[in-house]
Design a protein around this ligand. Structure first.
Ligand code: ATP
Length: 293
């Protein structure tokens, strides 16, 4: 069932159009990643979905409701982790969670929220003394306090260390498995690739590429890269390559097969292909390909 529906969304700041006719849907149990360069319009889209801004044109529905018009009902059933959290800096972590619990229907117990954010040891620390990554973790704990049906995460893992990032991914997956629809914006393409089922890439307020992550990547070429052996003219190689310094890069539909051909060719000549890297396409390739521009 569709949990998030955006159709023809236009959002302007004065005369500037930040979101220019965006449409997408996300179902319950789905993680949807909204990607794109700085200023593409991702946060503005999330702000409209979270009910912080009204659409200038088009419609958005969250659980079938209008987030701006039916804000109380939407707020009760959604969690939002915005780019900048509005904490009270002088409250401790525990008091912050307690305060949020008072406003949340059926909240998680405080200890569980602390544990989930990895902040148990920081329960008595004032929010202003937390590190950037710890603040993000606290924000995540607050956004998920009521086990929301829909969760908006705007760059949730920025500033988190690798361990906290992994814990966040695990939590997001768990919430999706439990049936939540999750909309995520991120600049970490690896994060999108690991977490999301579906993605849309925005640029200058429009969606330029969208689809299932697995299907989209399956349609892209992988690559084989290696250091070009001294004295070898790239034209001699059995497959066309592009040179990046002394690294030869071969784009291939089947990178394993391409690597076998290249290694076979090198072995026949008594050469070694050092620094060999063989991989299928990643979201980063999609960006670097220019498809996202
Ligand atoms: N309050 C505002 N007033 C005027 N322009 C704004 C305002 N907020 C955002 N913008 C502009 O709208 C555009 C979209 O911004 P938005 O924050 O939605 O982008 P984003 O994709 O989330 O970028 P980032 O990846 O940097 O967070 C940008 O050009 C930004 O400068």
């Amino acid at each position: 069932m569709t949990a998030i529906r955006v159709s023809g969304l236009v959002s302007r700041y004065g005369g500037f159009t930040a979101v220019d006719g965006v449409s997408f849907e996300a179902a319950r149990g789905e993680v949807f990643a909204l990607l794109g360069r700085n200023g593409a319009g991702k946060s503005t889209t999330v702000e409209v979905l979270a009910g912080f801004r009204r659409p200038d044109e088009g419609t958005v529905r969250v659980l079938g409701l209008d987030p701006a018009g039916e804000r109380a009902e939407v707020r009760r059933r959604t969690g939002v982790m915005a780019q900048e959290a509005g904490f009270f800096p002088d409250l401790t972590v525990a008091r912050t969670i307690d305060t949020w619990r008072d406003f949340t229907a059926a909240p998680r117990p405080r200890a569980e929220a602390l544990e989930l954010a990895g902040l148990t040891a920081k329960a008595g620390t004032r929010v202003r003394q937390l590190s950037g990554g710890e603040k993000r973790r606290l924000d995540l704990a607050l956004a998920t306090l009521g086990r929301p049906e829909v969760l908006f995460l705007d760059e949730p893992t920025t500033g988190m260390d690798p361990q906290a990032r992994r814990a966040t991914w695990e939590l997001v997956r768990e919430l999706a498995r439990a049936g939540a629809a999750i909309l995520l914006t991120t600049h970490y393409l690896e994060e999108a690739q690991r977490l999301a089922d579906t993605m849309a890439i925005m640029d200058a307020g429009r969606i330029v590429t969208a689809g299932g992550i697995t299907q989209t990547l399956a349609g892209l070429r992988g690559r084989v890269a290696f250091r070009l052996p001294a004295g070898v003219d790239p034209a001699e190689l059995p497959l066309p390559v592009a040179l990046d310094g002394d690294t030869a890069v071969c784009a291939a539909d089947d990178p394993d097969l391409a690597a076998q051909r290249l290694l076979g060719w090198a072995a026949e000549r008594g050469l070694r292909l050092t620094g060999l890297e063989v991989r299928t396409a990643t979201l980063e390739d999609l960006f670097l390909d220019g498809s996202a521009r």
